[in-house]
Write a protein that binds this ligand. Sequence first.
Ligand SMILES: Nc1ncnc2c1ncn2[C@@H]1O[C@H](COP(=O)(O)OP(=O)(O)OP(=O)(O)O)[C@@H](O)[C@H]1O
Length: 248
Amino acid sequence: MGTTILEVQELKKSFGGISAVSGVSFDVRDGEILGIIGPNGCGKSTLFNCILGQLRPTAGRVFLDNQDVTGLRPSELNRRGVSRTFQLLQVFPQLSVHENLILAGQEHKGTMVSRLFGSRDVGLTAEANRMIAFFRLQHLADEKASGLSYGQQKLLDAAMAFMAGPRLVLLDEPAGGVNLTMLSHLEERLRAINAEQGATFVVIEHNMDFVMRLCTRVVVLAEGQKIAEGTPAEVRANPTVIEAYLGH
Ligand SMILES: Nc1ncnc2c1ncn2[C@@H]1O[C@H](COP(=O)(O)OP(=O)(O)OP(=O)(O)O)[C@@H](O)[C@H]1O
């Protein structure tokens, strides 16, 4: 496996008296698909939000390519090549599939680039077309996002996160609410973007089968702490993991 892209060290986040994340450490290596799983309320989203600057950690550090990025704003992390999806769809319903992708690309490149250099495109039209072809959305390219099925919107949402060649993508429940046919398409395309383009990403997901099939490595959280880490097979056989799931 490649060099370390992201390193999370002893991250903690409390909300008043509630400790949502209690000292979690892990890393993400170039070219891998890392899964983060755990029972409801174990701190997965809080962890993502702390890594991506939506929340300021109570303690701990986050390094991107060996640079300390703890507490940087989401827009700054975007400019450094980290993008994400949210549990709730972030597509703009009144914009077409193509326009949504362009907008995501502009956000990833940083609006300053287009402001300073005039062109709002900076190669994004070609990139959007490439992404549309990659995720097999050609027949929907000019459709408004609101006209797409929920599964198609989730696919678009994921495609948007990969616009402009980010260094690292964090996907928050990409499979949530997606029907089986669309799910296998999403899984196959995510696998392909990793294999063919070397995309590195982290997936938070409740769908255990999806995670176990897709991810190269899995981190398991329970009650704000990391309780296991390993290949899908190792994690599945880990008694502590089984206990944490059966106990809920
Ligand atoms: N803004 C907040 N204020 C207070 N408590 C919060 C806040 N956000 C999260 N929490 C609490 O922190 C804990 C972790 O929540 P978090 O949403 O990170 O878990 P999760 O693993 O993502 O859950 P789920 O799988 O249900 O999405 C929970 O006990 C939750 O109630």
